[in-house]
Design a protein around this ligand. Structure first.
Ligand SMILES: NC(=O)C1=CN([C@@H]2O[C@H](COP(=O)(O)OP(=O)(O)OC[C@H]3O[C@@H](n4cnc5c(N)ncnc54)[C@H](O)[C@@H]3O)[C@@H](O)[C@H]2O)C=CC1
Ligand code: BAL
Length: 501
């Protein structure tokens, strides 16, 4: 019998008890993994173990796929009207809203997110995503197509069947919402793997999935490692589509596994090295605040992080002075994610801490100047000071590899043509941010930059109705908005002969 774990929160921001089932969630029940493995879940603010939860293997993925296939063929897919799917998604959103603080507390505990920010952004955002896709559930439709008098032709947008979803650790709930919302609205059943290092909110959500009334097997959650559970999902012959968010390195493996198994459809949301381009005529205070949010939000652990900040020479000194003040303010407010005074928490894990500190050392040794930060914060947990590098050039590792930490690299430029070339000089193409009061230039540069999302005079805040995804090696396909529905449906063309022959 799988166990439960109860965490008692007695913090300034949240007091209460939250209980989670620590097993795998397959066929509407919590079960032990076939091979019985567990993984420790670590609190990144202290480095201490919170609890251990189950990890599955390929055999558990097989069981989850069987449960998902059965649900697809009996209670979900084309057997459940869109309006009913929408009702259940809305119910799930309502339940999540009722438990908002519990979910925000788990996300703060497990990921190190600042509780008040997780409440609004991660959990509030997930509720909005579920409601948005609930609204689409009965509006997914094909069209009739005129061909000839003797034929009636039309299209249907049909679900794939069982889809696999692999979620990262930087936004565990939000990325789950981006994935399960459109998949369920369009009638697919799901085998989802949370990140093995941040599984708590996914496990808690499984309770609400039951309470909302989803039939057993519609959503299955198999916690586990990437090279076992993740790989089994990507190779499974009965999974028709996989949605993956994570590193470009693993994204390639997902594509390869598809090619070598059943050619499942793959959508990838991968890394980035997004430029923030600041022109002389930018509104200084607004720009400084957005540029700081662009790189330091979620401790820099965002694929859209504006980690390369290009500043035109006329505004460079004024920008750097004010940007430094904002970053210092964050340094002073670094600490316990549950304190109401905290604005900056820890990196998610020891591995990510070491990776980011490695890049900081690389920057120091590679000729860039540490203008601010560059050190660990405190002596427990995985905290890193907000860091600013100046004197950077595009040959440095820190200006072209994804750091995924609170590390800004600042580069001076002279002309619009020059900065477009520099900003596009990357294998990534996820996002870009442009700051100018000249709206023509803002639009012109947003169009010239090679990125799937362009923000002008703001940065990296997605909208549930607006598509999100990458150019170049930042991804394939789009999440969010109406566009995501296309990635969870396949088009059937029906030709009906209405002629005499
Ligand atoms: N685009 C994004 O939002 C994210 C980007 N990253 C980038 O990746 C870097 C490394 O972080 P990691 O945690 O190592 O990322 P990762 O790509 O290994 O992890 C993301 C997810 O993929 C799974 N995974 C790992 N190997 C797999 C495989 N062979 N088959 C299927 N699934 C697999 C993991 O278990 C996790 O659920 C970060 O420093 C950052 O640069 C990491 C997380 C999210
Ligand atoms: N992975 C989508 C959200 C982000 O990392 O910015």
């Amino acid at each position: 019998m799988p166990g439960t774990y109860t965490h008692k929160f007695d913090t300034p921001a949240y007091k209460g008890e939250v209980t989670i089932n620590t097993g795998l969630f397959i066929g509407g029940k919590w079960v032990d993994p076939v091979e019985g493995g567990t993984i420790d879940v670590v609190n990144p603010a202290t480095g201490k173990v919170i609890t251990a939860v189950s990890v599955g293997t390929k055999q558990d993925v097989d069981l989850a796929v069987d449960a998902a296939k059965k649900a697809y063929k009996t209670t979900w897919g084309l057997h459940c009207p869109g309006a009913q799917r929408g009702r259940l998604l809305n119910k799930l959103a309502d339940l999540l809203e009722q438990h908002l603080d519990e979910f925000a507390a788990l996300e703060a505990l497990d990921v190190g997110k600042v509780f008040v920010k997780a409440r609004v952004s991660d959990i509030g955002g997930t509720i909005a995503t579920l409601r948005y896709y609930a609204g689409w559930a009965d509006k997914v439709q094909g069209k009739t197509i005129e061909t000839r008098e003797t034929k009636f032709a039309y299209t249907r947008h049909e679900p794939y069947g069982v889809v696999g979803q692999i979620v990262p650790w930087n936004f565990p709930m939000a990325m789950m919402g981006w994935k399960i919302g459109p998949a369920l609205a369009t009638g697919n059943t799901i085998v989802l793997k949370p990140s093995e290092i941040t599984p708590l909110t996914a496990l808690k959500l499984s309770e609400l999935i039951i309470e909302a009334g989803f039939p057993p097997g519609v959503v299955n959650i198999v916690n586990g490692y990437g090279h076992t559970v993740g790989q089994a999902i990507t190779e499974h012959p009965l999974i028709e589509k996989v949605a993956f968010t994570g590193s470009t390195l693993v994204g390639r493996k997902v594509l390869k596994a598809s090619a070598e198994s059943n050619l499942k459809v793959v959508t990838l949301e991968l890394g980035g090295k997004s430029p923030t381009v600041i022109f002389d005529d930018a509104a200084l205070d607004q720009t400084v605040n957005w540029a700081a949010f662009g790189i330091f939000f979620n401790m820099g652990q965002a694929c859209t992080a504006g980690s390369r900040i290009f500043v035109q020479e006329g505004i460079y000194d004024a920008f750097l002075e004010k940007f430094t003040v904002v970053a210092k303010g964050l340094t002073q407010k670094t600490g316990d994610p549950f304190s109401p005074d905290t604005e900056h928490g820890p990196q998610v894990s020891q591995i990510q801490f070491d990776r980011v500190m490695g890049y900081i050392d690389e920057g120091k040794n590679g000729g860039a100047k540490v203008h601010l930060g560059g050190e660990r914060h405190g002596n427990e947990g995985f905290f890193i000071q907000p860091t600013i590098f100046t004197d950077c050039n595009l040959d440095m590792k820190i200006t072209h590899e994804e750091i995924f930490g609170p590390v800004a690299t600042i580069i001076k430029f002279k002309t619009e043509e020059e900065v477009i070339e520099m900003a596009n000089n990357t294998t990534y193409g996820l996002a870009c941010n442009v700051f100018t009061q000249n709206i023509s230039r803002g639009i012109r540069v947003a169009h010239a930059l090679e990125a799937g999302s362009a923000w002008v005079n703001n940065a990296q805040v997605p909208e549930v109705g607006v598509p999100f995804g990458g150019y170049k090696q930042s991804g394939i396909g789009r999440e969010l908005g109406e566009y995501a529905l296309d990635t969870y449906t396949q088009v059937k063309a029906v030709h009906i002969n209405i002629g005499p022959n």
